[in-house]
Design a protein. Sequence first.
Length: 181
Amino acid sequence: MRKIMLGMLAAALAVMPLSGSSAHWEGGWYYHPPKPPPKPPTPPHQVQHTNYTGQWAVGCGIASAASLMVGTAIAGSDKNKKHRRQLTITEAYWAASACPFLLPLAFVAQATCPDNKATYKIATLAYRYLETHPAADQSAFTSAYGEACRTGKLSPEFVAFAAANGLYAPVAKRTVISPRG
């Protein structure tokens, strides 16, 4: 009986393909059909580029620089030669705020150092100084600007610097004669 069962099992296995096998029975022989050619790989999903930060930064830089150049050209080309000057710090911040993210900086500059006669005087003297000394150090003007912002007056050190360079002849203070003595 065992021989019959083993024979039937062998015959069944020989006739039926195993599950998951791609072999086919044909005319007493198992053969494997040719595999289809592989499909070309699908292109990766292309994502739309939406990050324009670099382009905005370049655009803002160009707009701010152009605005500063135009403002400087306007302040330095007044018809009256005595009024020609550089931009004050506050004016420069407002010109640079052509780029919207620099606008808060312009508000802070306006609040901390509003323009006054002393700041305009420093800008005018800086313009005149650079006419006679084209590549000169402007640190004296920069340091004088802080004093002019806080007090509204020129510092004695800056007045001495300007007088030594022939830029400024301070007006001598007149003594006031009071009728009361």
